[in-house]
Ligand binder design. Sequence first.
Ligand SMILES: [Zn+2]
Ligand SMILES: [Zn+2]
Length: 346
Amino acid sequence: MKALVFHGPGRKAWEQVPDPVIIDNTDAIVRIDATTICGTDLHILKGDVPAVTDGRVLGHEGVGTVTQVGAGVRRVKVGDRVLVSCISSCGTCRYCREGHAGQCLGGGGWILGHKIDGTQAEQVRVPFADLSTYPIPDGVSDEQVLMLADIFPTAYEVGVLNGQVKPGDVVAIVGTGPIGLAAIAGAKLFNPATIVAIDIADSRLEAARSFGADVTINSSREDPLAIVRSLTEGLGADVAMEAVGIPSTFELCAALIRPGGHVANMGVHGVPATLHLEDLWIRNATITTGLVDAYSTETLLKLIGHGHLDVTPMVTHRFALDDIMNAYDVFSNAADTGALKVVLTA
Ligand SMILES: [Zn+2]
Ligand SMILES: [Zn+2]
């Protein structure tokens, strides 16, 4: 089969590799019908994720059709259309039993396109197939479901639920790339009073408005702190979600919340950020971090199936799977191309 193979920092190729085979009896082989590229894949290509070694097939998001199952697979059958989640779950370790498969101790967690070959390929081996794939309801498109492989559960669990968004809240979202936009859509499920989107790119703020942001702030020329305080009688936001992953945006989130407010960090940070405990200690602040566990995937599938959530406006570019090298160029030059999510279909 063909697959997108990592060959060390800055090097990748769409090339011939052996077909995946069943290794453990709980594995399934899935023929990929649609996949996408994540910001994390760009981090890998920069060399930021040393666990990914030369020869690894990238990709941790996919929708496909099951072509083989191991003898121990009970729920998933050949021919099933399934979502392949970025998080695999052994189902038996302490974290999986508590619903936190992102921290799986039994060989799951984020393994696809990281520790084992991933989904940017014609086929993929999915370990713990019964617990790591989701059947797709009839009438739901591959493209809609694909956004549930990573970004939507991430934004919903790590942003909206960890941030404890409630009806009537003022919610500030710093960074309106795909994760920030997904957080806006997720926050809207809880009827907040006002969603404030903050970014430095006008095109992304426009996207934020189309996803339901009430107020947009371009922090390269406006003062987000002053504007959020003016909207909240001087108090600050109930919830601030960080969706960039750099020190200044984290520190902005900590400054934006009211006493008793929540900062929910979603960004992937590579360098230390300052925690201003000298200001925060007296403010009853709650700060959460997290990797997605994907425990919300079934809920989000139901919301999509019933028309309460539409995540497809995030898809800005579409390619054939074997045009993935071009798709990487477009996705990695988002400032010029306006790319949010790119979808590759077989
Ligand atoms: Zn990802
Ligand atoms: Zn586990």
